[in-house]
Design a protein around this ligand. Structure first.
Ligand code: NAG
Ligand code: NAG
Ligand code: NAG
Ligand code: NAG
Ligand code: NAG
Ligand code: NAG
Length: 751
């Protein structure tokens, strides 16, 4: 009973009806198309003996992808990453490795140099940091005359690059100055967010500032250029940490957004060489029926116009593995600003002697406001830099950097929720649809090594594709996007994908129902094309329907194949039919009547199984699929069961074939190999299964006989797809029809 309920529950969550998110239930989304590794159209880069391709820098000026891996840096062609332009090694020395392993680290893995930081500097050189066997080190690198050259500067990388290669960290280069968030010590217990300029500035070592954080992402928002308040640029930091604000006996983590001002120089006495503008707030991404907050895993921002239009897109996963939900939430910069510049603070109060509770602070807030950047208001008051700020303001922020209010997701709900998949990374691109409207297309990396391509149309979550990338599967560790391409890094390799592959949609219906803002059906060219500016001026020849998936303008085509299949009595028959969408419902009909699952028929997602095929099951089979009220017929089969007389004929035919086989066998014996002889048998013995393979390419068969399922038959029930195994299958099919089988087999064994 429980099992049944469980099944029902899974069904209701997975049914397309809940795609738009039923009230009360947690919404879930199924990718419309699953693109396997074999047909993803991507290009893979990996080099023998090199691992951990998890740091990337797009150098569009050089048309290169700079790729950091373990002990090596590559320069790859941005248009085709399989073209390696240059490579430079940066290994650890034996001595460094020995020192590291003496401190108890794994020599073969941890005590290597993992490249973690790659930034472009203002002077055309690049700044590179590696873990260097737990002695983080940085260097300068340039690309010249087809070579990558490391200068060997060996700068101290403490606070910039993690010691431990498996620890999360983040960094950003702002006007030639490195901002970083990582752990500063060997044990990984001193987290900092810092700026490495001559006057380097960092966070306090205090759990009120950073409490066992996991650093995720950093972003520079160039606000100072255009603000009437004379405000400063901000550097935003995304991370998760142990919460202080929950009344909970167990440890609860929360997601945070923090920010500092670019011009911060620290305080004069209080907060000397520490941020005076470090403020943090909870980052909410609420999903129904979930009590523990989701944790942020990656962030990407888009600013279509000036900085006021910036939106942060963040992926989240649940903190308990048993409750596997992932979500994408978007945050508007103005909502973030409001929380930091107008919101209330939280303050610790001690209750019952030792227990500290964080509650809203309702006392007086000093002026200038704690954590504010130096703006026109502060300048009017005579404060021209953070060094001038009064102790009262500084002491306040030192004790209370946490805001009371959380930063809420726009629309206060996620753009996307998915169960059973762990999102790891995200990038977002803006696509201009046929009618000129812009849509944000999300590319989401997953732990299982795929990229989801998704859009939210007015609250409706749509995952157009799930593109599988690594086999065996390997978590996506980094995503980068250029105008037309996507670069996906993992521990084992990098894949380059095109952001739109409209050619994947072969039919008008498929193209339009995909609702991909990049693609439309070109009525003139009769194919699914990438929308360009020409199409936008001649919209009458293109079909695209993003919010409705309205495909009524698609031309009617009937190109379903009809295949004749004949089978021996009592066999098990499998008829293939693969709809082109995971959202389509497959419908099978026999002589115009819908087929229901029974002892005889089993309806699978890609095929129909017919057990004990008899006269009753012969007839005209059609397979169609229905998606959004559009029906497509994919294939039709005429199934004929060989009758007794036919069987007799078949026996005669097979017997004579055996004779022929014997002759051929003898011919083959001396000089030809066995498989050849087998394939000979197949070609001719296949009378009763006539024309099955002839009209199909071998790798994509529509129907295939499978082994008899009778228990008195000891053949193993393995379904074979590859053409190389056709001979095996044949012998067991023929074998399942009793006498002939024996003779055939005997004949074989006699030889
Ligand atoms: C580097 O890649 C290897 C091979 O996939 C993996 O086993 C190892 O965990 C990776 N190391 C780090 C620090 O991610
Ligand atoms: C930013 O752009 C919006 C419209 O695009 C405009 O209304 C606003 O004034 C601009 N803000 C600044 C600070 O330039
Ligand atoms: C747009 O695509 C069509 C093919 O679908 C092509 O003929 C046309 O030249 C393209 N226009 C531009 C501006 O790229
Ligand atoms: C373009 O299409 C979208 C729906 O796909 C619609 O919401 C929008 O109003 C349309 N814009 C124009 C300019 O027609
Ligand atoms: C197929 O028929 C045999 C006897 O003809 C019977 O024993 C077996 O249970 C049938 N199998 C199915 C799946 O109906
Ligand atoms: C399908 O058709 C039914 C009845 O005509 C209609 O109520 C429903 O909205 C349609 N669904 C879609 C997705 O178009």
């Amino acid at each position: 009973m429980m099992f049944l309920l469980g099944v029902l529950c899974v069904l209701c969550v997975w049914s397309p009806a809940t795609l738009t998110g039923g009230l009360g239930s947690t919404p879930n989304t199924i990718p419309r198309k699953t693109v396997p590794v074999s047909s993803n159209g991507g290009r893979l880069f990996r080099e023998e003996g090199v691992w951990n391709y998890t740091t990337m820098l797009l150098r569009e000026d050089l048309n290169m992808l700079i790729l950091g891996a373990r002990e090596a840096i590559f320069a790859l062609d941005l248009d085709d990453i399989t073209v390696k332009k240059a490579k430079v090694y940066w290994p650890v020395t034996n001595k460094e490795q020995k020192v590291c392993s003496n401190k108890g680290k794994d020599a073969a893995n941890d005590c290597k140099n993992y490249i973690k930081i790659l930034h472009k500097r203002n002077d055309d050189r690049m700044y590179v940091c590696g873990t260097k066997a737990f002695i983080p080190t940085c260097d300068y690198m340039s690309y010249a005359d087809g070579n990558l050259i490391l200068e060997g500067k060996q700068e101290d990388g403490k606070g910039k690059c993690p010691f431990d290669p498996s620890q999360r960290y983040t960094s950003e280069m702002v006007d030639g100055v490195l901002y970083s968030a990582t752990s500063m010590n060997f044990r990984g217990s001193e987290p900092v967010m810092m700026r490495s300029s001559e006057e380097s500035i960092r966070t306090e070592f205090a759990s009120t500032w950073l409490n066992e954080p996991n650093f995720i992402h950093m972003a520079h928002i160039r606000e100072g250029d255009s603000t009437p308040e004379g405000d400063d640029d901000k550097i935003y930091l995304f991370f998760s940490e142990t919460a202080v604000e929950y009344d909970s006996y167990t440890k609860v983590d929360v997601s945070r957004i923090a920010r500092v001002c670019k011009g911060d120089l620290g305080g004069l006495r209080t907060l000397q060489r520490k941020w005076t503008s470090f403020l943090k707030a909870r980052l909410d991404c609420p999903i129904p029926n979930n009590n523990l907050p989701l944790l942020v895993q990656d962030v990407f921002h888009l600013c279509p116009g000036n900085w006021t239009t910036c939106v942060f897109y963040a992926v989240f996963t649940s903190q308990l593995d048993s409750f596997q939900y992932s979500a994408v939430c978007a945050y508007k910069i103005e909502d973030i600003q409001t929380v930091f510049s107008k919101g209330k603070f939280k303050a610790p109060v001690t209750v019952e002697t030792s227990f500290v509770k964080w509650v809203m602070y309702s006392g007086d807030v000093p002026d200038p406001r704690p954590g504010a950047c130096i703006d026109n208001n502060a300048r009017r008051m005579g404060f021209t830099s953070s060094l001038d700020l009064p102790d009262k303001t500084l002491q306040f922020i030192k004790d209370k950097p946490l805001m009371d209010q959380a930063v809420k997701a726009s629309e206060e709900k996620p753009l996307l929720v998915k169960r059973g998949t762990a999102f790891t990374r995200i990038v977002v691109a803006t696509a201009t649809a046929l009618n000129g409207t812009s849509h944000q297309v999300m590319f989401i990396g997953t732990k299982s090594g795929s990229v989801l391509k998704a859009v939210n149309y007015d609250g409706e979550m749509v995952i157009m594709e799930e593109i599988q990338l690594f086999e065996p599967s390997e978590p996506v560790k980094i995503l980068r996007i250029s105008n037309t391409k996507l670069y996906v890094g993992s521990e084992v390799g990098v894949v380059q994908l095109s952001i739109s592959e409209c050619g994947r949609y072969h039919k008008c219906l498929d193209c339009v129902l995909a609702r991909d803002p990049y693609c439309g059906w070109d009525l003139n060219a009769d194919k699914c094309s990438t929308i360009n500016s020409t199409h936008r001026t001649r919209t009458s020849t293109m079909i695209q329907s993003l919010s409705d998936g309205d495909a009524r303008r698609c031309p009617q085509t009937d190109d379903s194949k009809s295949v004749s299949v004949s089978f021996l009595h009592d066999n098990t028959v499998k008829l293939w039919c693969q709809p082109y969408s995971n959202l389509a419902q497959v419908q099978w009909q026999l002589n115009g009547q819908p087929i229901k699952a029974s002892n005889t028929f089993q309806i699978l997602s890609d095929s129909l199984m017919i057990f004990n095929a008899s006269e009753d099951t012969s007839g005209h089979y059609t397979c169609s699929s229905v998606e959004r009220n559009y029906t497509t017929q994919h294939v039709a089969y005429d199934l004929k069961i060989c009758k007794k007389e036919n069987t007799l004929v078949a026996i005669v035919v097979v017997l004579s074939l055996i004779l022929a086989v014997l002759v051929i066998w003898n011919l083959c014996k001396g000089h030809l190999s066995l498989p050849f002889c087998h394939s000979r048998v197949k070609d001719t013995a296949n009378v009763c299964e006539q024309s099955l393979y002839e009209n199909q390419p071998p790798e994509h068969k529509l129907a295939s006989p499978t082994e008899n399922m009778n228990s008195n038959n000891n053949h193993v029930n393995v379904q074979r797809h590859s053409s190389s195994r056709e001979t095996d299958r044949l012998s067991s099919t023929v074998g399942s029809s009793g006498q002939i089988s024996l003779k055939y087999r005997d004949g074989e064994s006699e030889i």
